[in-house]
Design a binder for this molecule. Structure first.
Ligand code: LER
Ligand code: MN
Length: 274
């Protein structure tokens, strides 16, 4: 298992679950100093992202890009894959596709989380799920050209009514033509929705592609009441080799949240732990 920490490039998400928010150079240097293997980047858009600067930071610090988020499409432009307007759906797919291509340069996957949208008023659930599947299929096919999966993140009920649990997300996968979609399991959302987080991770099995490593209150692991031992045992049993990426509040401050995450990561993944 590998460690990663989140970095947002979107100022209005500073209060959100992102550890670093003071630029690429600061974030990469802090991540490297604390021993993180990867940085998960939340860009404003592909066009506004300085890919060359990221390449230099990756080379300088020996820290990889763990993933790119696409959520700014929703936060900034209200784009979503389940927009009832076909032109809106097209724009949402195009926005995410550009991030898939950007991520591909780094051998990293892109994440579809809040860009999935929801079943909106006046829309049949079945229809919204079809639109979501169509969008994921197109983006997953594009991701395949870069040899990376597309990550689909199911969210808690306060953020979407599409897929709230691993079981929902696995059922969605059954609808897909592409087999290049992997699940992003966010332990914060799972703490709200799953009766047993470890069992849900086991159920995800080989579909599991990425983990958002957060405690019950969305603070760094160890600052809430989630019992991480069975979670990490499940991941070990699955031979999960992906990232545990700290998508957590910068509480009480970015440095402390990052240090706390790394201390928990080391304790939980040490040989013989669990
Ligand atoms: C939103 O709550 C979240 O977990 C993000 O990773 C989704 O884009
Ligand atoms: Mn998440």
């Amino acid at each position: 298992m590998k460690s990663a920490v989140t970095l947002t490039l979107v100022p209005e998400t500073r209060q959100g679950p992102f550890v670093f928010s003071s630029g690429l150079a600061d974030g990469f240097s802090a991540a490297a100093k604390l021993g993180f293997g990867g940085v998960e980047i939340f860009p404003a858009s592909a066009a506004e992202t300085e890919a060359g600067a990221i390449e230099e930071l990756v080379a300088t610090h020996g820290v990889r890009v763990a993933a790119f988020g696409t959520g700014a499409g929703w936060v900034r432009h209200r784009l979503r894959l389940t927009d009832p307007d076909p032109i809106g759906r097209r724009r949402a797919i195009d926005f995410a596709a550009q991030i898939v291509a950007l991520a591909g340069r780094f051998g990293a996957p892109a994440i579809i989380g809040s860009m999935q949208g929801r079943v909106e008023e006046g829309v049949e659930r079945e229809r919204a799920l079809e639109w979501l599947a169509e969008g994921l299929d197109e983006l997953a096919t594009r991701a395949e050209l870069h040899g990376v999966p597309l990550l689909y993140e199911f969210l808690n009920r306060y953020e979407t009514n599409l897929c709230n649990t691993t079981a929902d997300a696995l059922a969605l996968c059954q609808r897909l033509r592409s087999d290049n979609v992997r699940l992003l399991c966010d332990l914060f959302h799972m703490n709200i929705e799953e009766p047993d987080i470890a069992a849900a991770l086991r159920a995800a099995g080989s579909r599991l592609g990425h983990v958002h490593f957060a405690d019950s209150n969305r603070r760094a692991a160890g600052l809430g009441h989630t019992d991480f031992a069975p979670v990490v045992t499940a991941l070990r049993d699955l031979r999960y080799s992906g990232y545990l990426s700290a998508e957590v509040l910068a509480w009480p401050d970015p440095e402390t949240a990052a240090r706390q995450t790394m201390a928990s990561f080391r304790r939980l993944t040490a040989p013989g732990a669990g």
